[in-house]
Structure formats: structure tokens, C-alpha cells
Design a protein around this ligand. Structure first.
Ligand SMILES: C[S@@+](CC[C@H](N)C(=O)[O-])C[C@H]1O[C@@H](n2cnc3c(N)ncnc32)[C@H](O)[C@@H]1O
Length: 261
């Protein structure tokens, strides 16, 4: 049974609201697609919720929240929910707390060092795994899954097949490292190289750069996470650019009612 009525009422609330258009002067994501990306996130999250088993969304984690490019939309989609905003960028977290009323969580370079101490119905991980090595992606997705409520889901984005073409018109990273990324992507299905210090205000060797992953590798990386099922994979699902995957509870091997009678 799909939760048609829940999605209908969430989208109705969102459409009736006015999204805050104040952008922090420190927001590095500020470009011409800023509001379109937030709205697109609402659309893919609605699709993911529709595919999931969730009955109500009362607690939401936005990680990494940045300066609330997506959070400003989510607070209207889930009006009445409690929002936690987590990022390594403390200025972004503070902005999300003061402007959108989120509970602030300062992250750590190693995300698994953060104890969220909550169970979330939705974890939105937009443009996080687009910047991480395969090992980090696997470790962090498994870690985040530990903070899901019994029907909670994670909706996460990645750079997928389309991004090979995007790089040609809007380069993600220097050409030398992009070619190295593509070599690993072709042979292993996942490529990653660090940003240089001058390319990112968040320079962290080995865990913050540019990644690209084939869909089957993104899915494969989820298969080892205990207690979840994979709900959907959308190529170019976020703003016609990043791929979107949704997974969460209950587990893929949850028995049918009366199965063992
Ligand atoms: C491309 S931005 C996306 C921000 C936001 N999701 C958005 O769409 O506007 C990537 C974010 O990841 C954050 N980040 C990097 N490493 C992190 C970590 N270990 N924990 C939390 N956030 C991290 C950066 O500070 C940056 O804000």
C-alpha cells in the first residue's frame, strides 16, 4: 500500500507556503539554480516517501545542511516536524538554526564521530557522497542508517553517469585529477580525487573531493547495510543532475504478517 494521502497533504502544505529567499553571504552554493535545486529535492523526497513504508515524518536530519539551500524548503514540506541541521561548516549550521529554527549539530571530519542520538524518519544527504571516497561513502551511509526510525528512510545523492557529460561544460575539478577519477570510474565503477586547497574552503585530504559512481556500485554499496531495503534509484533525479537513491527501514527481509504460522 502506498502512502498516497500522506504525500498529498505534505505537498499541499508545501505549495501553500512561501520559501524564505534570504541567502547567507557565506553560502558557497549560491548560483542561478539555488531555488530550483531545493524544489527538486522536495520532489524526489516526495517520490522516495511514496515508495517507502513511512506513515508520518516527525523528525528530519539534513546532513550536510550547508546554509539551508534545501532545508528552507523541507521546513514547509514537513511543517510541525523537528529538524536537525548538521554540517562541518559551523557558520552554515548556525545560519540554519537561527533562520530556519533547526537544532544545530556541528559535524566532525569523520562523520561517524558524531552521535546524533536520535531516530529520524527522514535523513536527507544531498551533495555529501558526491564528495567522498568509496570507503567513506560506505562507512557513512551504514552509520547514518543506525539513526533511522522503524520506517525511516535516507535519501542521498551521488554523481552518476550523466556527470561525465556535465564536467565537460561545468568542470567539477582540475582536468588532470578528473582524468584519474574517470580511469577508476571505468575500471572500478567509482572514482574519487581530493580537491586542492584552492578549490574548496573545506580542504580535508582523503575525505573531501569529487566522486563519481556507477548506479550498480552505489546500489552494491548499500547491500551490506543491515536492516534496510533499497527503495529506489533515480538517474539525474536531483535538478536533472545528481542521481538519487533512497533506502531505509524496514529491512528487505522483514517477514510478511502470518508468514511463520
Ligand atoms: C556541496 S555542499 C552541499 C551543502 C548542502 N547539502 C546543499 O545542498 O546546499 C557539501 C557540504 O558538505 C559539508 N561537509 C563536508 N564534510 C563533512 C562532514 N564530515 N560532515 C558534515 N558535513 C560535511 C561541507 O561543509 C559542505 O557544506
Amino acid at each position: 500500500m502506498y502512502n498516497f494521502q500522506l504525500i498529498q497533504s505534505l505537498l499541499r502544505n508545501y505549495e501553500a507556503a512561501v520559501v524564505d529567499r534570504r541567502i547567507s553571504p557565506n553560502d558557497s552554493m549560491n548560483d542561478q539554480w539555488y531555488f530550483e535545486v531545493g524544489r527538486s529535492a522536495v520532489e524526489v523526497i516526495a517520490v522516495a516517501l511514496m515508495a517507502s513504508k513511512i506513515q508520518a515524518v516527525n523528525k528530519v536530519l539534513d546532513v550536510p545542511c550547508g546554509h539551508g539551500r534545501v532545508l528552507r524548503h523541507l521546513i514547509h514540506l514537513f511543517s510541525g516536524a523537528e529538524f536537525h541541521a548538521c554540517d562541518l561548516d559551523t557558520d552554515g549550521v548556525d545560519f540554519c538554526a537561527s533562520t530556519f529554527g533547526a537544532i544545530p549539530i556541528y559535524s566532525q571530519e569523520e562523520l561517524t564521530d558524531v552521535d546524533f542520538g536520535s531516530q529520524y524518519d527522514l535523513i536527507w544527504a544531498g551533495s555529501l557522497f558526491t564528495h567522498t571516497t568509496q570507503d567513506v561513502t560506505r562507512r557513512w551511509t551504514a552509520y547514518l542508517a543506525r539513526f533511522l526510525s522503524p520506517q525511516g528512510i535516507i535519501v542521498a545523492t551521488s554523481h552518476g553517469r550523466w556527470c561525465q557529460h556535465v564536467h565537460k561544460v561545468a568542470p567539477y575539478i582540475g582536468e588532470d585529477r578528473w582524468q584519474e577519477i574517470l580511469k577508476d570510474y571505468s575500471s572500478l565503477g567509482y572514482g574519487y580525487r581530493d580537491y586542492l586547497k584552492k578549490e574548496s574552503h573545506q580542504f580535508i585530504s582523503g575525505s573531501y573531493g569529487i566522486s563519481i559512481a556507477k548506479p550498480h556500485v552505489t546500489i552494491r554499496n548499500l547491500e551490506d547495510i543491515p536492516g534496510i531495503r533499497i527503495y529506489l534509484y533515480l538517474e539525474r533525479g536531483l535538478a536533472d543532475h545528481q542521481d538519487v537513491v533512497a533506502f531505509g527501514r524496514p529491512s528487505y527481509d522483514e517477514p510478511w504478517p502470518n508468514m511463520h504460522k
